[in-house]
Design a protein around this ligand. Sequence first.
Ligand SMILES: *Cc1c(COP(=O)(O)O)cnc(C)c1O
Length: 364
Amino acid sequence: MITPYLTIDLDKIEHNARTLTGLCGEYGIEVSGVTKVTCGNPDIARAMLRGGVTSIADSRLENIRRMRAAGVDANFMLLRIPALSDVANVVELADLSLNSELPVLEALSAAATSKGKVHDVILMVDLGDLREGIWQDDLVMFVEQAIELPGIRIVGLGTNLACFGGVEPGVSNMNQLVSYANEIQHHCGLVLEWISAINSSGLELIAAGKMPPRINHARIGEAILLGRETIHRKPWPDTYQDAFVLYAEIIELKNKPSLPVGDRGEDAFGHLPEFEDRGDRLRALLNVGREDINLEGIAPLDPRLGILGASSGYLVVDATDAQDALKVGDELAFTLNYSALLAAMTSEYVKKKSLQSAARKEEQ
Ligand SMILES: *Cc1c(COP(=O)(O)O)cnc(C)c1O
């Protein structure tokens, strides 16, 4: 296969989804599978659905459109707060969206009404992570205005944590969210079907049995795709961390000094890198670069290899400890963290190859 490419093990993703939907299910929590880091890859969405997620959530309408066009049969949730300029597409493509702005809700209301539709929304509350969400003091007044809008159905209350401010979900902020939901139900005469409280950062709280029972929805991406909770990035029990593997090819393999030769200024990205003199080293140049990955987010599967750096199109690897095993044209494999996966999935230069067991393929 022409390199570079990313293999996507759909059976592992399905397994991870089953593990996590099983855990959440024990506590009455439904899971939406979050596909945004995969650019809405339809194969991955299907693997998540086989693994028990009850809907698919993505931050971009383009991704939802891609999955619908590929025939993915699911309810779709739009995660990112809609742009005012895009409300017509939101109503068209998403079954439900997360919201925090009245002008946007008014526009969604108009768009839904003109299409004869009712658009479901979950209102987001900011519990302190300082990304999206209605500030807590404004919540009741906000809801009082939002419930007047035709074509809009407020079906739940949600919050997002551990994304911008790194605020952890805990018993106290989760209870706070439940009490806001109760207050809204009481004051505004609204029945909130969903309390959508967590992402992959909330798994430890659930597993510890500390999630308030009223919380019944989770939006989970990273833990399904990479097998990690996101507070400590610990591997989650009974999940795979290597559903995605990046392969790049050695396009130059030479012994060179470890110190640059000549007067030195900035590198291609405006940094002045430091080098340690380790004598001559075997250096492998690979055909991926910063355009396809982020350097800190990949790790070679072969522990004898070390990453030295990258420019937009090259990855430079110290291959001295594996020199007997390597030649030009060999493929080297790397695991990825969330940000490297995001870059690799987004890069059109990295080909995507879905892997699936023969048994599963036959069923389809
Ligand atoms: C990305 C996102 C998620 C999923 O987060 P993970 O850490 O990948 O589980 C959940 N909710 C919202 C609003 C998001 O933007």
